[in-house]
Design a protein around this ligand. Sequence first.
Ligand code: NDP
Length: 332
Amino acid sequence: MLYKAADTRYDTMTYRRSGNSGLKLPAISLGIWYNFGGVDPIENSRTMLRTAFDLGITHIDIANNYGPPPGSAEETFARVYQDDLHPYRDELIISNKAGYYMWPGPYGEWGSRKYLVASCDQSLKRTGLDYFDIFYSHRPDPDTPMEETMAALDFIVRSGRALYAGISSYSPSKTRKAAEILRELGTPCLIHQPRYNMFDRWIEERGLVDALDETGMGCICFSPLAQGLLTNKYIDQIPEGSRVDKYDNSLHWGDEVTDEAIAKVRKLNKIAQERGQSMAQMAIAWTLRLPQMTSALVGASRPSQIEDSVKALDNLEFSDEELAAIEAILAE
Ligand code: NDP
């Protein structure tokens, strides 16, 4: 059936400015790392993208390697975009990234100009878009001069392939350096995409938030739910069809369904209930309490999760007592 976006799509979502830039992002954005690949049913992916946009989620985050197989999440996006979303291109912020392994040989990963530009061109082709809104260096490359990687981002913007440049998982010192180079080139770095959630607080502990303040960059945190751990789904068992169940009982980035983690989630869930929120909603709201946080970048496996996650915005306030109680549980 022909899709028409909900007339109510801008009624409840809040939009936050990315750092010092002119660009506002929805406080909750949707990433298509999992559940949008060639192995996943297209109609579920389509409904999730429609649901997100209907709720005011104007920002969809992609990368070259999302699938599986790599590249197929872009193809899924292309189908839904062609069928449903293309009338709304100017209402959408679509990001893409290059940095991780994508093709064999010396030019298929990391941060050379050769790889970044070639990958961006491939991604434009696979998604069927004329340009991306944000293009990221997906990870810092220890062996390529930072000047080269940043010049490639600058070129990608200047050549019209993207409107803004971003970096992901760069340390505070690398973030400062990247910001300086990009500023000198005349393409200020719009945004940093680090991992951040209750179980992974490196951006606070290692001072990335200070670097963001200094450089005027925005911030969009990935895996605010620790891939589903910070929800109530694993409290009693590993449910069928969950990410842990589907992917050989494992999650990336060191997340693990351990007894210790689940014990903490049970206690956190009590605080969430007292706040009138689901565990997922509280975990998302908690990431958004940082003044530097522009957006929480969630994933989903079904439309109802997106609806649930967006309701986090109904209660973003934390009392000092609630924050202290959360800290105490996390420190156990
Ligand atoms: P989350 O931490 O939000 O985890 C998403 C998973 O949590 C879903 O697949 C689902 O698990 C579960 N979930 C989501 N909402 C709910 C809910 N309301 N209630 C219960 N369970 C819920 O994020 P991701 O780890 O998926 O990452 C989000 C995005 O961040 C990615 O899509 C990608 O765009 C980006 N990213 C960027 C990286 C980078 O290097 N820059 C690295 C990783 C991600 P289930 O599938 O089991 O149902």
